[in-house]
Design a binder for this molecule. Structure first.
Ligand code: MTE
Ligand code: MOS
Length: 795
């Protein structure tokens, strides 16, 4: 049967208004802290003040005696397990015998008011016996280092071959013969790069309420990306079977990966409070607490060596990646997988050897952050490619064009790309829209006093979905219900957190059922209503939930077409959907409004409710071979940054940023552009200003006054370019766009700085201090022509 949905589509591909836009702009949207429940109590956490210490005693009598206090809880009060379920299950809900970082939860105080909880928490005395601590990845791996994490064999498939103290896991990528690759090279460049922490800076801090319901169910409401993770964590902490727990995701004010695993801790603590008091308990972190104790992007150290022939053909890549995982494994094993599989980038390599280590230190645990381990390796690769191009006298864009993967090529992981590879087109479109060639030429000699300008390129690919390491939790369901009045309710198990998912899903359901956009309502996730849909991460929701919704709608559509067939006296195969009507193929004169078909079908008691499901296309990975089909499909992108550097002060001003992304197909181009603009700005923060200052594991700047994120005022001209090379496995050809926009921005900036000033930054962010010190240490002395015509040399 031909697809009954005809192009042009009536909602998919359209620039429809985002469903949550008005509520968010008008301030009527509700978030975790807006939820009110009768008899609500408030929870305050006592966090460790020590980076590494034995927990000798918790003295809480004074806190218990404080007015309004209902409970003071420690690890031993968990009725179930004191553990958050993750790949390597080492993360405790509260520390029991040892604290591993400044911010480890030690004790929880539940009281009538937030103030009483706060005051009582300050009365809790904790006796620590300090232990030697380690804060650096190389020191942590050195013999005799303090043991933060005992040796663990990472589970099968997570690279458990090498084990040792402080090593969460280790993974390789191996292709061809690198020794030969370097022999064949005309130039070999070897360098070391570092990337810093990044804080998610979501608008809404972590927050959860747990409500004990009269029938014995514990209901959890809160801010999260992964309701099903929270579901499992709460059930295990409380020692309850899963059907006694229900998790509802409420409006989530940004996650960016920071609400993947961490909400399980917040919900676990609130649930523990609810269990012991029999009342609803809310835990919302203050901004400072959130900054100090919640996950961050992994800092990384990357040693990289690249060989290339005279004509620019790449011959070999050798790289070692160290991710600083912090005190608990949390998501580090899978972040490392994404890091090593993305390290070779969107290029053809005859030989590759990548080794990655996720390392334990006595610092805040690092986890998911938009890009998930890729920003680190992209910064190294895209920087060194510019160095290679410079040594060969090639333009950086030409080097990339020469080695760019196309359909039929293999990635550094040896995965063959069989479709939807729009990388070349992103390079070409970005170059064209940014005016790259002409400006590179013009800026070669451009200078105005202390100002220099130039452009930098940063490219990437991104595997959409959980890939081979996450495939056993990679499935998504949906539930669709059509009402007799021609309206429709959609429930999905993935979370709206600002990325526009609900709007995209609504568009897909409206398209599939020939309904008007405003006749479809997509509801927030509720674990009691939809199948386990896995996490809302890895830019997977459009493909996964979109396909699950199509599956459900397809079942309902079959009923509706049968009904319409009876009405029109034609077999369903001869019908098509057109706009909001059903009609005989190509025959507009006999079109019947879908609303009427639905009314008839409902009257005939046809089932107009269906569940849908999607499993990802198969992927695999061999730890031994260091190869595999790592992800089902990839998004490709090219960023070009045009900037101006003051060679005296080191200040960088980004003038324009062009980002071209091959996303398969834009379900809603406005929302896709919104993701590109927002992600690019977040990437500029990583590139230029965002820095966590840490001393002995203590974060010194846990506030927005000193941790500087870009605001709308800092946004340069942002040019989002959508490239569409459809993916046959995606809804209407769509891939994913959530994370790629933040990726590859930092090297586009530092490559631009190098081109403008001659100084290479081996670490970001590119603060004025770093730019000046790079110029000094690399002995770069740009000539400055003063307006008076006097020539001097800076520094
Ligand atoms: N966009 C907004 N506005 N807020 C967010 O929290 N999270 C990002 C990205 N875009 C995020 C966002 C991250 S980390 C991911 S994995 C994807 O959205 C998840 O959504 P998707 O699967 O619908 O792309
Ligand atoms: Mo996104 S870091 O995969 O939540």
């Amino acid at each position: 049967m031909r697809d009954p949905i005809q192009l042009p589509t009536h909602t998919v591909g359209k620039r429809l208004e985002r469903l949550d836009a008005r509520a968010k702009v008008l301030g009527t949207a509700r978030y975790a802290d807006d939820m009110v429940f009768p008899g609500l109590l408030h929870l305050k956490v006592v966090f460790s003040t020590q980076a590494h210490a034995r927990l000798k005693a918790i003295r809480a009598d004074a806190a218990r005696a404080h007015p309004g206090v209902r409970a003071v809880l420690t690890a031993s009060d968990c009725p179930g397990e004191n553990l958050i379920p993750l790949v390597i299950p080492d993360l405790t809900l509260m520390a029991s015998d040892r604290v591993r970082f400044v911010g480890d939860p030690v004790c929880a105080v539940v009281a009538d008011t937030p103030e009483a909880a706060h005051d009582a928490a300050r009365l809790v005395e904790v006796d620590y016996e300090p232990l030697p601590a380690v804060f650096d990845v190389l020191e942590a791996l050195a013999p005799g280092a303090p043991v933060v994490a005992p040796p663990v064999a990472a589970p099968p498939g997570h690279g458990g071959a090498r084990t040792g103290p402080n090593l969460f896991n280790s993974l390789d990528v191996k292709l061809g013969d690198v020794a030969r690759g370097f022999e064949e090279a005309d130039v070999v460049v070897e360098q070391e790069y570092r990337t810093p922490y990044q804080a998610h800076a979501y608008l809404e801090t972590q927050g959860m309420t747990c409500v004990p319901e009269p029938d014995g169910v514990f209901a959890v409401y809160g801010s999260m990306q992964c309701p099903f993770y929270v579901h499992e964590a709460v059930a295990r902490v409380l020692g309850l079977p899963r059907h006694r727990v229900k998790v509802v995701q409420v409006g989530t004010g940004g996650g960016f990966g920071g609400k993947e695993d961490v909400p399980s801790i917040i919900a676990g603590l609130a649930a523990l409070g609810a269990w012991h008091t029999g009342r609803p308990v809310k835990l919302v972190l203050s901004r400072k607490e959130d900054f100090e104790t919640m996950s961050k992007r992994h800092p990384a150290l990357v040693r990289i060596k690249v060989g290339a022939k005279e004509d620019g053909t790449l011959t070999a890549l050798e790289e070692t990646v160290y991710l600083d995982g912090g005190a608990y494994a949390t998501l580090s094993p899978v972040v490392l997988y994404r890091a090593v599989t993305h390290a070779p980038g969107p290029y053809r390599w005859p030989s590759v050897r990548i080794t990655g280590y996720a390392v334990a230190t006595n610092k805040v645990p690092c986890g998911a952050f938009r890009g998930f381990g890729t920003l680190q390796v992209i910064f190294a690769l895209e920087s060194i490619l510019d160095e290679v191009a410079e040594r060969l006298g090639l333009d950086p864009l030409d080097l990339r064009l020469k080695n760019a993967v196309r359909v039929g090529d293999r990635l550094g992981t040896n995965q063959e790309l069989t479709e939807s590879v729009g990388f070349l087109e992103t390079l070409e479109r970005a170059a064209q829209v940014s005016g790259y060639r002409e400006k590179r030429e013009r800026y070669r000699t451009w200078q105005e006093g202390t100002k220099r300008r130039n452009l930098g390129v940063g490219c990437l690919l991104y595997g959409v979905g959980l890939g081979a390491k996450g495939k056993f939790i990679d499935r998504t369901g949906a539930h669709v219900q059509v009402y007799p009045d021609g309206s429709c309710a959609v429930s999905i198990g993935n979370a709206e957190m600002g990325q526009g998912l609900r709007t995209v899903i609504t568009q897909i359901a409206a398209e599939e059922l020939a309904l008007e956009f405003d006749k479809v309502q997509t509801f927030d996730g509720d674990t009691s209503r939809v199948p386990d849909s896995g996490p809302t991460v890895a830019s997977r929701a459009t493909v996964m939930a979109g396909n699950a919704v199509r599956d459900a709608c397809g079942r309902i559509r079959a009923e509706l077409l049968a009904e319409a067939g009876a009405l029109l006296g034609l077999p369903p195969e001869q019908l098509e959907l057109h706009g909001t009507t059903v009609r005989p193929r190509g025959d507009a004169s006999r079109a019947v409004p879908m609303r009427e078909v639905i009314a008839r079908a409902a009257h005939a008691r046809r089932p107009l409710t269906a569940s849908g499901f999607r499993l990802p296309a198969d992927t695999w990975w061999s730890d031994d071979a260091g190869q595999g089909k790592a992800y089902e499909v990839y998004t490709f992108a090219t960023n070009i940054c045009e900037l101006e550097v003051d060679v005296e002060t080191g200040e960088t001003r980004v003038l324009a940023l062009t980002a071209a992304h091959d996303i398969g197909r834009a379900i809603n181009p406005t929302l896709a552009e919104g993701q590109i603009e927002g992600g690019a700005l977040q990437g500029l923060g990583f590139a230029l200003t965002e820095e966590v200052h840490m001393d002995q594991g203590v974060i010194k700047n846990p506030r927005f006054a000193t941790y500087i994120i870009p605001t709308a005022m800092d946004a340069p001209e942002l040019r989002a370019v959508i490239v569409e090379h459809p993916y046959s496995g995606g809804p209407y050809g769509a891939k994913g766009i959530g994370e790629p926009p933040i990726m590859g921005i930092a090297p586009a900036v530092t490559n631009g700085i190098k081109a403008a000033t001659g100084a290479r930054l081996f670490e970001c962010p590119a603060t004025p201090e770093r730019v000046v010190s790079a110029m000094r240490s690399q002995d770069v002395r740009p000539e400055v022509v003063r307006p008076a015509g006097k020539v001097e040399v800076t520094m």
